[in-house]
Design a protein around this ligand. Structure first.
Ligand SMILES: Nc1ncnc2c1ncn2[C@@H]1O[C@H](COP(=O)(O)OP(=O)(O)O)[C@@H](O)[C@H]1O
Ligand SMILES: [Mg+2]
Length: 290
């Protein structure tokens, strides 16, 4: 397609596993980077993340799903609704983290949340290192933000994660609920810390079914397709419909007159209507517009 001038870079891209998204991203996400996927609950973040990891598995890459917001069985339920199984997908789930964070462990002079956050990060990084994953999903940042309590600590810990994942050579999707409009959640410095931001939306018009749309806010070093693109979630996952740009679908044609079949009319028009133009024919009912 004329839109993708990336043949040289193609091998270094991470394909998303979502139909249509790689076209929007001009071939996929650059590898070894740190991405944020933002969206309301139910907008499909977990689904897109699972597709991203399944694509990695299809390509023979190692993957890792870190979930602070769902248990492994909840995740498995989402996967089953799409006809997938996650039996062979390594994951670190809520209960493993919770057992580490039992209240009886917190008998130190540190503030509990500080201890919790450090423990969570230590556990997450230690488990991630074991798998040396090419693709990682972190679901979701909201819990992480609650533990951090202040914007400064949130940013610092995110930076730690970013550096550690970069060291491992992982491409990371961070999932984040947009409902949290606190100062910490909307910190623009956090957005600037990531290499790319994808926003997913679900909105309901006054009539009819609700619509879903996705927008790439930023993708470092990629000439992505800007604006909103509609998507649907169906059994089998998310399907994205890239916004059409007329200029990208130009076909060559001969500029010649198209004859109408009524010789007198064609003579009046100087041979006929011009190819590639649109003509409006007006007339009252019964005036034989054929
Ligand atoms: N098999 C399916 N077919 C159609 N839609 C589905 C299917 N499974 C889930 N969904 C839709 O996906 C939504 C949940 O997506 P999910 O990825 O869990 O969202 P998030 O992680 O952003 O909260 C549900 O609200 C539902 O509308
Ligand atoms: Mg989710």
């Amino acid at each position: 397609m004329a839109h993708t001038p990336h043949s040289v870079l193609e091998d270094r891209r991470c394909t998303s596993g979502v139909a249509g998204l790689d076209d929007v991203l001009a071939g996929g996400m650059p590898r070894d980077c740190f991405y944020l996927v933002q969206g309301d609950p139910g907008s499909g973040k977990t689904t897109i993340a699972l597709q991203f990891l399944r694509e990695g598995q299809r390509l023979g890459e190692s993957v890792f799903y870190i979930t602070l917001s769902e248990t492994a069985s909840e995740l498995e339920k989402i996967a089953r609704s799409h006809g997938w199984t996650l039996a062979d997908m390594p994951k670190l789930e809520l209960s493993a983290i919770e057992s580490l964070l039992r209240p009886e462990d917190q008998t130190t002079v540190f503030h509990p949340s500080e201890l919790e956050l450090n423990n969570v990060i230590r556990l997450v990084l230690a488990e991630t290192r074991k798998h040396r994953p090419t693709r990682v999903v972190f679901d979701s940042l909201s819990e992480f933000r609650l533990l951090a309590e202040t914007p400064l600590r949130y940013r610092r810990q995110l930076l730690t994660l970013k550096q550690e994942f970069a060291r491992l050579g992982s491409t990371v999707l961070l999932l984040d609920d947009k409902t949290d409009n606190t100062l910490i959640g909307s910190d623009p410095h956090v957005l600037s810390l990531t290499h790319g931001v994808i926003e997913m939306q679900q909105y309901s018009p006054d009539y009819g079914r609700s619509r879903r749309r996705l927008r790439v806010l930023k993708m470092r070093g990629v000439k992505f397709r800007e604006g909103y693109h509609d998507y649907v979630i169906e059994t089998g996952g998310i399907r994205l419909f890239p916004r059409l740009v007329a200029a990208e679908h130009h076909t060559e044609f001969k500029r010649e007159a198209v004859r109408s079949g009524v010789d007198e009319l064609d003579n009046l028009l100087g041979g006929g209507l011009d190819a590639g133009t649109t003509a409006l024919i007006l007339g009252h009912a019964g005036s034989s517009r054929r």
